[in-house]
Design a protein around this ligand. Sequence first.
Ligand code: HAH
Length: 332
Amino acid sequence: MQQLNSLATSYQDLFSIGTCVNTQNLRTHRELIIKHFNSITAENEMKFESLHPEEGVYTFEAADQIIQFAEDNYKLVRGHTLVWHNQTPKWVFHQANGQYVTREQLLERMKDHITTVVKRYREHIFCWDVVNEAIEDKTDKLLRTSPWLEIIGPDFIEKAFIYAHEADPQALLFYNDYGESAPQKRDKIVQLVTDLIAKGIPVHGIGLQCHWNIYGPNISQIREAIEKYAALGLQIHITELDMSVYSHDDQRTDLTEPTTEMLDLLAERYESVFGLFREYADVITNVTFWGPADDQSWLQSFPVRSRKNWPLLFDYEQKPKKAFYKIIDFAK
Ligand code: HAH
């Protein structure tokens, strides 16, 4: 059998290469993950609802298992995520009578959560997505409506960073969002982070999720976004990279295999975005894929039900696709 080069080894002088993992694929995709990735992110296991389902009840088993895997196999761990409007249980925002808690109560709950989680993994997690997806993407408003915003006010973001920094002064703290290359959203993310920096809030990086597709965003738009984020003087992590084979409004559900055109375009796109990442390797310090192989992608049956997708470098059989060879071949 042909010896495949390791993706992470090929990029070791540029940036770490990650994948999101879960307790299932740590078994089913174990060798693939061990070989090609030197950084991991828990797909769901470190989210609020997973770690803290009820008041006073923390469930660390799955997250601990992921940390143990990282320790055993010398992987970096990105923490994902502390404060988010999704996958956060209702109890966090409500009193026993169903009413919203007060600002002070919610800040206390936020602090308890962040402090407990960040301290527990202090030795093991090198960076955290402290706040995920706080920017509004439909209207001109800066921040999306969420119980965090409604109850605490806009300073919920800075409080989260301050609490995380207190809990682990060594951890690199990130603001993470999707839609990062669209000019309007990009400028809002830049504004938010600029304000945090101006206030002296401990923020060290911007997480660009990069849930893209084979048609867009185009390379010049991505380059422009990276330029603007880089100008803030923080690190950039590509945190959730994948490349859907469907355009945004494509609803087709009939495909059982990707077309050759799709796989060619996927390869071409991965080749050019990794060319760009390599150009900016002085500011981009980690590139993480949202899944180790196609069969483990969140894009299976999402956002369109019963639809297959092939957004990653490795296929259903965990075999490298053309896209893999296009991004590993740069050293020549
Ligand atoms: C991400 N949201 C989340 O950060 C991650 O935790 C989750 O596992 C998958 C994707 C992305 C997202 C989107 O692209 C569009 C709408 C909502 C959320």
